[in-house]
Design a protein around this ligand. Sequence first.
Ligand code: GLA
Length: 727
Amino acid sequence: MNKIRNILTLITWIPCCAFADSYLISTPNTSLLLEGDKGTDLNILYYGSKLADSDMEQVKNSGLAIYSQAYPAFGFGYNPETALSVLHPNGELALQLVLEDYQRENREDYELITFTLKDKKYPLQVKLNYKAYQKNDVIEIWSEISHGWKKPVTLKQMASAHLPFMSGDAWLSHLYGDWGNEGIVQEELLTTGMKVIKNRDGVRNAHVCHSEVMISLDGKARENSGRVIGAVLCWPGNYQLRVDCVSPYNYAFFAGIDNENADYTLKPQEVFVTPELAVTYSTQGIGEVSRTFHRWGRTTHLANGDKPRDILLNSWEGVYLKVNEEKMFGMIQDIAALGGELFVMDDGWFGNKYKRNDDNAALGDWTVDREKLPNGIAPLLEEAKKNKIKFGIWIEPECVNTTSELFEKHPDWIICPEGRTPDYGRGGTQLLLDLSNPEVQEFVFGVVDNLKTNYPELAYIKWDINMSLSSFGSSYLSDKEQSHLYIAYHRGLRNVLERIRNKYPNLVMQACASGGGRANYGILPYFDEYWTSDNTDALQRIYMQWGNSYFFPAMAMGSHVSASPNHQTGRNIPVKFRFDVAMAARLGMEMQPKDMNETDRNFSRKAIETYKKIRPLVQFGDLYRLISPYSDKGVSSLMYCSADKNEAVFFAYKLRHFVAQPIPEFRMDGLNPDASYRITELNVPENSKPISVDRQVFSGKFLMEQGLRIPVQKEYTSRILKLDRIN
Ligand code: GLA
């Protein structure tokens, strides 16, 4: 008989019987089943719907058990793809990892199951960890690699996890894009051969592709049906995700730090900890996978995920670098008058010897430009306080311009091999600071610490990064450690961010990286939100927000109403549509309010008031995507429901208009079929009438099965409906 070790306290290895041991790792609705005896392979048999202990035999007898190594290593066995490959100090490459020990530990919110694997011949061990949340269907997987050699071992490949799966029609959904077009959904059939998603930017790892995927096992992804595996790699640097189709039906998924040009010399006694891969599984389509990741993100991988986000005005598209006291005062007063809660002074406020009048100077010199702001920052904070709003500021502390006092003082702090001319970034003078260097870490920490020490009331920091890791080389790392740079940079950054978060837990921080380059769960534990894109065009944002919503909760997605015509696309879009799009995420504004006409100003004031009412639903509710903008129906729609299903808010957008194009009915989701809901239209412009369903009552069943016909005939018309349960 298999022995099931499902006990709740910490236990150590118990010598085993002749039969293999089974290990069931479960969340409320999912299970992962592994098997392995001491001294043999540890195999994954199953990942799917929750199993009872008594179901394990069924899995094995069904012929569906996978039997694939949990952490395949290079050297023995038939493993076309591996998670780990090393170079032993004696030149040997082979590993034979077998099970040595097993522990199960019960914590308040999760169970932590750790398998210790050891090489059969040499002193190298891997601790393979599975952290199973008890209230949410997520298991985080990561490994810890160490050895007992006297000399270093080189890690040549060090994935976080391996997850095998079977399917006759597997589809991959993932995000790709570019600057100004981040988070675009890509769907593809997984055919034989290998699909690799890799990012080698070094820093902005979410512009062109993302380290999160969904794998639909029953054909093309559907929102509310079909079996789906979701996976999120929490690493802000270079990564590699691989789906290897070994043979039709048999797939192997690997995710981890990208090992290209990143050999890691692991010293004796050192433990290499890989980043966590969070996985989930659902039988109810990709919508449920998204909601699971949103809940998991808010509770474990997003700073202050339990606190509502403020409505802000950011100065960038309003004044660009032309910051001055008068304009800042004006913007503070204007956003306060509109009902906003925070003003953020973007780029352009700093520089002493070198001024930030262009993007080619002053990064690194985080002192106020006294020509632009003769009285410094204090009066701005005062003005914000007088207007009963908060104040925030922009910095880009990981970078320097060669035209800066910082560079003159510390030319050796940049990333570049000694004796070579670096690749310059933005403005032809921008470079990345070498965060592997503790002195640089101290400096970067000091940028925030000085600001907070001088201005304790500073409430928000927009932390930007507009540079890739190029000119590969560190004057801090030793000759033998040069290949550590991609990893050492992020370890240095994490040290800094941890110190900042320990000292200033309530400081709100936005991760901006030339727009959405840092939409990644490796960095979000330190940030309250990310800037979704430098492209604020409401039409394109619908597509971007849709894609981002696959993995990230709305509260984390900065979405700002900007001017019309839009500065990036030149498109003219009515203020209502612009608000209706931004209100489906974390609402803000990004314009010069003074340029608005009276009608738009009035509309904005009312819309901000309305957002405050729906904020709990948007920021903490359950997202249901209804009609995809990619569906070619010319419309898009989504909604957020409260956990108790007593309230919901529904959004509909008309994207394209063709004569006689049918408008589909809008069928809702996530409601209680037995409840009745009163509908109220929100954001109705002055002099317009609400649509006919306004004030009408419908059952949840009717709204979900029949739906409503919503008049969105013309391009850029939009509707927001509030649903309140009345019985
Ligand atoms: C980047 C950001 C923008 C803005 C500018 C300022 O491009 O993504 O939002 O802050 O820098 O220089």
